[in-house]
Design a protein around this ligand. Structure first.
Ligand code: BDR
Ligand code: CA
Length: 313
């Protein structure tokens, strides 16, 4: 077996962030070095508390640090309509076990990357505030970042506005810095993540695995689906888990290389990820833009992931 990829999880959990982390922890292809929180789905206090509760649930004991209370320039936007008042409403969760690092999210990322023998892959599943601040404060570490496999954007659609996806809209200036960084990017945007549906008929397969993680994931799916049902989705789009699937099961995804930049102004297109589909901009591609996923294989991947937390007779 090849050496696991060293990764840092950076997110704003959030039901789909949580499921992404369940998958990451279950995947022998990854070695999780640290976890950092960012404000997005809820305030930084809430996303940090949720981060540590998820870590307790899945038995992940690595350094964890808290991000800043606001994006680089834009005003914070939160999403209680999708994730509830706690940012992770639904089943009860264990209280945190891992102490918060005295370092900020950015400094924990920097120290982890500097200390790693091998280049580190970042998996941001929230706004890109921490990643952008890292690149601004520690440009010398760029060669030690192998890849950024992110959930954000969409070259053909938005979800929070007609043009913009939530994570990019919350901190468009950070996103622009990241896309212009020169670091290889895998973009799990809405083009693919809206197809990463876990449907009500799949929930039972996950619940039937029976261990506490599987039951919690099934409850999260039920909660997350309630919102999406009102918008006529046939299932719950587990956006953030696609950024992990891209690293552990790339064969279930299809992609196109293209140049992507982020709109940071405008009446209608703030936060839009503009993808140069036909190469007319003259820029070389800077992102592997994921476009499609084999949905059933994605569900299988999640079922196998929850099984690693213990089979129940
Ligand atoms: C993204 O927004 C958040 O609500 C989800 O956690 C996901 O990262 C989807 O647009
Ligand atoms: Ca998220």
């Amino acid at each position: 077996m090849t050496k696991p990829i060293p990764v840092i999880l950076d997110g704003d959990p959030g039901h789909d962030d949580a499921i992404a982390w369940v998958l990451a922890k279950a995947s022998p292809q990854l070695k999780i070095l640290a976890v950092t929180s960012v404000c997005g789905n809820q305030t930084i206090e809430k996303t940090t508390y949720n981060t540590r509760r998820i870590m307790a649930l899945i038995g992940l004991d690595v350094p964890v640090a808290k991000g800043d209370p606001r994006p680089l320039i834009a005003e914070p936007i939160i999403a209680p309509v999708v994730h509830g008042q706690s940012g992770l409403d639904g089943p009860p969760l264990p209280e945190p076990k891992t102490e918060l690092s005295p370092l900020s999210a950015v400094e924990l990322m920097a120290q982890t990357i500097a200390d790693s023998e091998e280049p580190v892959t970042l998996i941001p599943t929230g706004p890109l505030t921490n990643v952008a601040k890292l690149l601004l404060a520690h440009p010398d570490l760029k060669p030690k970042i192998a890849r950024i496999s992110l959930m954000g954007g969409g070259v053909r659609m938005g979800n929070w506005t007609p043009a913009a996806e939530f994570n990019i809209l919350v901190d468009p200036h950070a996103a622009r810095l990241v896309f212009r960084s020169g670091i290889p990017i895998t973009m799990a945007g809405l083009d693919v993540t809206e197809k990463a549906l876990v449907c009500p008929e799949d929930f039972g397969r996950i619940r039937a695995v029976g261990n506490p993680v599987a039951v919690t994931v099934a409850d999260w799916l039920e909660f997350f689906y309630q919102f999406h049902k009102t918008m006529d989705y046939p299932g719950a789009p587990i956006h953030d888990a696609v950024a992990v699937a891209a690293l552990v099961k790339p064969e279930i995804l299809t992609a196109r290389e293209m140049y992507v930049d982020v709109e940071v102004s405008g009446d209608y297109c703030m936060g839009c990820t503009v993808g140069d589909w036909y190469g007319t901009s003259g820029h070389a591609p800077n992102a592997t833009v994921l476009l499609d996923i084999r949905r059933e294989a994605f569900v299988d991947l999640l079922v196998e992931a929850v099984k690693t937390y213990g089979e129940v007779e």
